[in-house]
Design a protein. Structure first.
Length: 225
């Protein structure tokens, strides 16, 4: 073996042993709140918990609900006064070795995300309509509930900061694919009727298909020691 190769291997071995001895990775049980979801046009109060399932692995479960009565945007509140949003997220995380003595650490994650947006409104629904021309014999005023369902699979990267021994700030960014389906209780549109284009805010019934999506935000948490 060449002398320089041997020296490199010896140095690498020393570095690895030092890194292993300095790795201060620890995973805590953490209760979390996601304030960034209150700033979303479809606002939610989202709470969750992160639970260690190994030295470097954890699972995070979140559930959220919001009503437009406490929406941060006045135009959204006026446009959809009777809208509520449910969110559900399950995430698996892997943490990398850390050399931070206060516990800060970098992670990657994979997750499943579900969002249901329920919008109640009074609408004039056409009756005895001609499918060719679109003309209707009359319109009936009904209370219509539309249900917009988003299913997404995403990958994320993030960093967990310990602001104190108990308080944490969790920053993340990621992307993946998402599927959109909209139904209602009045139009009679088949649930799987294809719709051209992809509008995440649409209330028009139909299946909008799959497209890429991105996400970013932050959690605040309390570590249970």
């Amino acid at each position: 073996m060449p002398r320089y190769t041997l020296i490199i291997l010896v140095l690498f071995g020393c570095f690895w042993q030092t890194a292993q001895s300095q790795d201060t990775l620890r995973l805590d049980y953490i209760l979390k709140w996601t304030p960034s979801m209150l700033l979303d046009p479809e606002n939610s109060i989202m709470l969750g918990a992160e639970i260690p399932i190994g030295k470097r692995w954890s699972v995070q479960q979140e559930v959220g609900w919001g009503h437009n009565a406490f929406n941060a945007y006045s135009n959204e509140k006026a446009r959809y006064p009777n809208r509520q949003t449910w969110r559900f997220r399950t995430q698996i995380r892997f943490y990398f070795p850390t050399f931070s003595y206060n516990g800060d650490k970098f992670y990657i994650a994979g997750e499943y995300f579900r969002k249901n947006v329920l919008t109640d409104s009074y609408q004039g629904v056409g009756r005895l309509c001609n499918p060719t021309t679109g003309a209707c014999a009359f319109f009936e005023e009904l209370e219509v509930r539309s249900n917009r369902r988003v299913n997404a699979f995403q990958g994320k990267i993030g960093y967990l900061f310990y602001l104190s021994p108990r308080f944490v700030l969790d920053l993340y960014v990621g992307g993946g694919i998402r599927d959109l389906l909209v139904t209602d209780n009045a139009s009679g549109t088949p649930p799987n009727a294809p719709v051209r284009g992809f509008d995440l805010r649409s209330t028009r019934p139909g299946r909008y298909g799959t497209m890429p999506g991105i996400s970013a935000g932050f959690h605040l948490g309390i570590a249970l020691k």
